[in-house]
Design a protein around this ligand. Structure first.
Ligand code: GLC
Length: 423
């Protein structure tokens, strides 16, 4: 076996380990960073962005158009709200990158107009091409943005390796309105823009009252919660930009990944946790452990399948390692996949628990978590649950927070945000 070096594998696996104390320390640092951010103390690594919407009453009704933009696929839909119940009545979805069709609307070669024309074409599908009725549109825009007085949303900076030119610093609503007009669909009015974490919180709280915190665990990673200021001020939903939390310990693979990223030094937690980066982290560690100069691109779903070690995972791993691969290297590669996913989940659990500690409301809470990585990877779900149980050891187990997931939370939340503007 040319490429199996047990010691190197053990070192790589060890470098992804977070002990119980590490997780506890990170949760405590998260809590402190929230508190520093509220006091506007510069030592925080969090940038809390107040959302322009508050929690829904649950009585909102009507048909709305929703757009969900910020991951690998863009979705648009017509959503019917019916007082605490919501249903998607028409939907359209397309990826932002298609090799077969020869387009890439994520990279630096795409222009703002191309991207927004693409969004407008999906919206057109969601309205069934109706260019005469009036529609209110809610937009889930999953990047850090500053809410503007006129209801607009200025993109502060791209994350998740998006690099389309001419959008940073611009009002997203204006760009969308202009694209809808070019398409002859000025009858669709962008009414509200919310981050995906906020959309997911609106949906969870519309469907089950008693949810005050929500997270996205997908291409990107982020969380939001309702801040009550100890009852002294009007509550505000803060988008925490939790992916940018930086009080974490990185290993050599994190550092390599960061140095090669479009935004070096930014989004430290996101680069250790989210689907956009998990595959690359695994690839870097696997190359090091097997002493190879190159291994093909790895996706987060490859890592999840490899950790699962079923027939699909076995064949994906064999593709990566080729013939030069035996039982020992196989087992070590599976454990490495578990280590990368396990660290991601333990970090996420620390972020969630630190937030709950800050909220002072740990017991009998719902935490809404959405996103493909969380929903599709049992190892992640179980590890998040176990790590939170470990952190909350002092609380009676029956009152530990419940993690709830919802379908179409981003689309429904966008529709709820639009409905609230017309109340
Ligand atoms: C990135 C974005 C953030 C979003 C998250 C999840 O972290 O910056 O705004 O909520 O991804 O999509």
């Amino acid at each position: 076996m040319l490429h199996f070096n047990e010691k190197k594998f053990e070192q790589a696996i060890e470098s992804f380990r977070l002990t119980r104390d590490d997780v506890h320390m990170i949760a405590a640092a998260m809590r402190r960073d929230i508190e520093l951010a509220i006091q506007k103390d510069e030592r925080t690594s969090l940038n809390l962005i107040p959302s322009s919407v508050s929690l829904p009453r649950g009585t909102e009704k009507g048909d709305y158009i929703a757009l969900d933009f910020g991951g690998t696929n863009v979705r648009a839909a017509e959503v019917r709200l019916d007082g605490g119940k919501a249903a998607v009545t028409r939907r359209a979805s397309r990826p932002l990158i298609s090799k077969e069709r020869g387009y890439n609307l994520v990279g630096p070669d795409a222009s703002a107009d191309e991207l927004f024309d693409f969004l407008a074409s999906l919206i057109d599908e969601a309205t069934g091409g109706d260019h005469s009725s009036s529609f209110l549109l809610g937009h889930t825009f999953s990047f850090p943005f500053e809410p503007l007085e006129n209801g607009g949303a200025r993109l502060l900076r791209w994350t998740k390796e998006f690099a389309v030119k001419g959008v940073e610093g611009k009002d997203i609503n204006e760009l969308l309105r202009a694209a809808l007009k070019r398409r002859g669909a000025a009858n669709v009015m962008p009414a509200a823009t919310v981050n995906d974490t906020v959309a997911s919180l609106l949906t969870a709280s519309y469907e089950h009252a008693g949810t005050f915190m929500s997270a996205i665990y997908a291409t990107g990673f982020n969380a939001c919660y309702r801040e009550t200021f100890g009852g002294n001020e009007r509550p505000i939903i803060f988008d925490m930009n939790a992916g940018g939390f930086s009080k974490v310990l990185t290993n050599s693979y994190d550092q390599l990944l960061d140095a090669a990223s479009g935004k070096e030094g930014e989004q430290k937690t996101e680069k250790m946790v989210s689907g956009r980066y998990i595959g690359e982290l695994y690839r870097l560690a696997l190359m090091d452990a097997t002493v190879r100069d190159n291994i093909a691109t790895v996706t987060s779903s490859d890592v999840a399948a490899i950790a699962q070690d079923d027939a699909d995972g076995k064949s994906r791993l064999a593709m990566l390692l080729g013939d030069d691969h035996d039982e020992a290297s196989h087992d070590a590669s599976v454990r490495l996949a578990e280590a990368v996913l396990g660290r991601s989940a333990r970090l996420a659990a620390a972020i969630f628990t630190g937030t709950l500690w800050h909220m002072g409301a740990v017991t009998n809470q719902n935490v809404a978590v959405d996103g493909s990585l969380y929903k599709n990877v049992p190892l992640i779900q179980n590890t998040v649950h176990d790590a939170m149980t470990e952190l909350l050891i002092d609380e009676p187990i029956e009152s530990h927070p419940r993690i709830v997931t919802a379908n179409d939370a981003s689309l429904i939340g966008a529709a709820i945000a639009a409905a609230m503007t017309s109340e």
